[in-house]
Design a protein around this ligand. Structure first.
Ligand SMILES: C[S@@+](CC[C@H](N)C(=O)[O-])C[C@H]1O[C@@H](n2cnc3c(N)ncnc32)[C@H](O)[C@@H]1O
Length: 219
């Protein structure tokens, strides 16, 4: 096992995280024991963050103790790996669908660092008690995904942003590159765009953006 980023490992050309709940596989992923520690395979075809790592992600702000606000939590596939990585930190997972949040709540029973929130990410005031976060992560595939991100950034003041951008959800009639460029424009006012990754072949429809709050700028 070679550590790529804090808490993220590579072995046999696959990605792994240390299993916080040994013996339990969350979404059918493989478990292996190595040097007395159990690891969970992190599937880049199921998780855009893992796909971004496979496509040469250069920045990985997650570490032990990180406070993360995750918009579009779904059933917690990616969140489960973040939970392995941040250990005694906190991940607030916002999800609109009741069916998904019930699955996430089951995961949170075993993993105390996951806090499920049933809410619309367009209305961050509903979960403003979360307070300031280190990282804002978003994967919601909505036409107004940039507005949603900026609204949440304004309230929760993250140092880092990670955004899975689905250009087709914004405008199917335009070229993905064109949508990408027009999406970056409003983000540039508040953030430096550190990296833009095309997730193909792991995900054919998304770009993955890494953003850093412009130092000293109040948002
Ligand atoms: C592509 S899935 C996310 C997958 C997840 N990020 C993962 O990697 O495990 C998108 C999710 O965003 C949720 N979603 C869409 N619009 C939302 C909104 N306005 N507020 C909160 N969640 C939303 C959907 O219900 C769906 O579960």
């Amino acid at each position: 096992m070679k550590e790529l980023f804090p808490g993220v490992y590579t072995y046999e050309n696959k990605l792994w995280t240390r299993n916080l709940v040994p013996g339990v596989s969350v979404y059918g992923e493989k478990l292996v024991k190595y040097g007395g520690t159990e690891y969970r395979e992190w599937d880049p075809f199921r998780s855009k963050l893992a796909g971004a790592i496979k496509k040469q992600l250069k920045y990985f702000p997650f570490k032990k103790g990180s406070i993360v606000l995750y918009l579009g939590a779904s059933t917690g596939t990616t969140i489960s790996h973040l939970s392995d990585i941040i250990t005694d930190g906190e991940i607030y997972g916002v999800e609109l669908s009741k069916r998904m949040i019930m699955e996430l709540a089951k995961l949170a029973e075993q993993r105390e660092n996951i806090i499920p929130i049933l809410a619309d990410a367009r209305v961050p005031e509903e979960y403003k008690d979360v307070g300031t976060v280190d990282i804002l992560y978003q994967d919601v595939a909505q036409p107004d995904q940039i507005d949603i991100f900026l609204k949440n950034a304004k309230l929760f003041k993250p140092k880092w942003g990670m955004l899975a951008l689905k250009t087709q959800s914004i405008d199917i009639s335009k070229e993905p590159e064109e949508i990408l460029e027009s999406s970056l424009q409003p983000l540039r006012e508040k953030f430096d765009i550190l990296q833009t990754i095309k997730l193909d072949p792991y995900d054919k429809l998304h770009y993955f953006l890494v953003l850093k709050d412009k130092e000293g700028k109040t948002i």
